[in-house]
Design a protein. Structure first.
Length: 411
């Protein structure tokens, strides 16, 4: 099969061992480019060809099945030089999207398919399968979270030879102790929290920091375990704002610099609110509304309630949402090493003709499990084991035989 690369030059994409497609879906994280580099280096060395699919699943939706069409916006042939340069950087040079081919709104249907798909929501899986065949892709490696990988599971059920790699800032893909991007997120959260302390201490304020975590609180819990903050609230456990205020006033009194710090997961819920806090009503193709603003709400309530626990004197609040600061830029050491291992594990599985698998880390060992494991469940913090709901802090009794990040094991 022949496709056009970024230079608009037609190249043959059929090798004696076959062609591997690789894509990145969902949010960007540090470590994606090292994973693409690892897959490509190993694949080329083993005698495969590699096609990078651009913009996640969108590249396989928008592609035009015409030998003379310029599909450089959808796919590109990967070379060792390309991926070697990119492998030292953050983000994903293949780009990403939250496209869900099985649930594509009519407005997102590419122009050349609009007459065929006219429903409000459309399943373009038949087109994706034809496009994979057109490209000559024999094996497909999607890198993403449970949303991206859930569609990879669908393609596996359709007969596509899938090997998946987990990535997500929240570290919430079931079946693996570790997802690409998590370590950098935790590292940056600790670093930025310590930097923000200088302002909180200078003004004797509460410091409220909102971090990623829709359903899972690992990105708040692990920095708290590392001593970055006094308290943390997580999505798995509703909390009372008065109780948090009382604890922070106590922490502030006990601190010689007269300030206190709390990490707030973006999916955290107060006991008196009916749902998570969202930026708006719009949902993505996976049905998710964009979270954001719970830190603002909590900061205002803390300011209002603080006189009750501080001798009738109000405590002002510094409120910061870390957001993309923890997912941009270069990967840390773990998010450079683990993607390299995951990429090579994926090639091991392809070479051994083992498909429908998810590469993973379990209790410190690299492994793989069925991609079916990601379906129908979410990986969240075991509150009973790892969270003190009264003190709003992590709890742990032993580190013996625990995985590297302690609280990420599903046991």
């Amino acid at each position: 099969m022949r496709v056009k690369n970024v230079a608009n030059t037609s190249v043959s994409m059929k090798s004696k061992k076959g062609t591997i497609g690789i894509l990145t879906g969902g949010g960007d994280v540090p470590g994606l480019n090292p994973a693409i580099r690892a897959v490509t280096f190993r694949a080329l060395r083993e005698g495969f060809e590699v096609i990078g699919i651009r913009r996640g699943w969108a590249g396989l939706v928008d592609l035009v099945r015409d030998q003379h069409a310029d599909n450089s916006d959808c796919v590109q042939v990967l070379t060792q030089d390309q991926v070697n340069r990119a492998g030292r950087t953050g983000g994903t040079f293949l780009h990403s999207s939250r496209t869900r081919p099985s649930h594509l709104p009519r407005a997102a249907i590419p122009a050349h398919l609009r007459e065929l798909y006219t429903a409000e929501i459309n399943d373009l899986t038949p087109e994706v399968l034809k496009n994979l065949e057109f490209l000559g892709i024999d094996y497909l490696i999607p890198i993403g979270g449970d949303d991206t990988l859930s569609y990879g599971r669908r393609l596996h059920q359709e007969g596509v030879k899938i090997v998946a790699i987990p990535k997500t800032m929240d570290n919430d893909v079931p079946g693996t102790d570790y997802c690409i991007g998590f370590s950098t997120c935790v590292t940056r959260t600790i670093e930025l929290t310590h930097k923000l302390r200088t302002s909180a201490g200078s003004h004797e304020r509460f410091l409220v920091i909102e971090v990623f975590g829709r359903y899972a609180g690992f990105t708040a819990l692990l920095p708290a375990m590392a001593g970055a903050v006094d308290r943390c609230v997580i999505p798995e456990c509703e909390f009372e704002i008065e109780h948090l205020t009382e604890l922070l006033c106590e922490d502030r009194r006990n601190n010689p610099s007269k300030y206190a710090v709390v990490l707030i997961s973006e999916g955290a819920q107060l006991k008196d609110q009916s749902e998570m806090v969202f930026e708006g009503q719009e949902t993505d193709q996976y049905g998710h509304r964009k979270l954001g603003g719970v830190g603002d709400r909590i900061a205002e309530r803390l300011k209002e309630l603080s006189p009750k626990f501080n001798h009738q004197r109000r405590v002002n609040v510094i409120n910061q949402r870390l957001g993309y600061l923890v997912r941009c830029g270069e990967p840390d050491a773990i998010d450079s090493i683990v993607p390299m291992a995951f990429g090579n594990l994926a090639l091991d599985l392809i070479i051994s003709d083992s498909f429908g698998r998810l590469v993973c880390l379990r209790n410190g060992c690299y492994d793989n499990i069925s991609i079916e494991s990601i379906s129908g469940r979410k990986k969240v913090v075991d509150v009973q084991k790892y969270y003190d709901a009264d003190r709003l802090r992590p709890k742990y009794y032993t580190f013996e035989r625990q995985p590297l990040f302690v609280m990420t094991s599903e046991g």
